[in-house]
Write a protein that binds this ligand. Structure first.
Ligand SMILES: [Cu+2]
Length: 121
């Protein structure tokens, strides 16, 4: 009796303290960099590679390795718009490109950071 009540209390404390992961496209799970050719590393205030060519349907993952936060957003005029939450160190963002075209993007926190994804059909 006491034990089960204590377990419930612990769960409630955990939930209110934010142990559960927030909803949304961004994840704080550390990502092993460079799996295949669809991973972009954010390091030293730059996207690497700065230009990435993928096929339609590819999911691209950006992983922030900087201590500074970065936030990705597509430039106006891309075939499909995308944007991430602010990515802390170790956080990553994924976007699946379902439409061919050239996607230029930047960091909304550091607008001089720019990158390009070329999606081939
Ligand atoms: Cu940035």
């Amino acid at each position: 009796m006491f034990c089960s009540a204590w377990a419930i209390l612990l769960v409630l404390i955990c939930a209110s303290a934010g142990c559960t992961s927030p909803s949304g496209p961004a994840t704080t799970t550390p990502v092993t960099p460079a799996e295949g050719s669809n991973a972009i590393t954010i390091k030293n205030f730059a996207f690497s590679p700065a230009t990435l060519t993928v096929r339609t349907g590819t999911t691209v993952t950006w992983a922030n390795q900087d201590t500074a936060p970065h936030q990705i957003a597509s430039d106006p005029g891309t075939p499909v718009a995308f944007s991430s939450d602010s990515l802390a160190k170790g956080a990553s963002y994924r976007f699946t490109f379902t439409q061919p075209g050239t996607y230029t993007y930047y960091c909304t926190i550091h607008p001089t950071m720019k990158g390009t994804i070329i999606v081939q059909s």
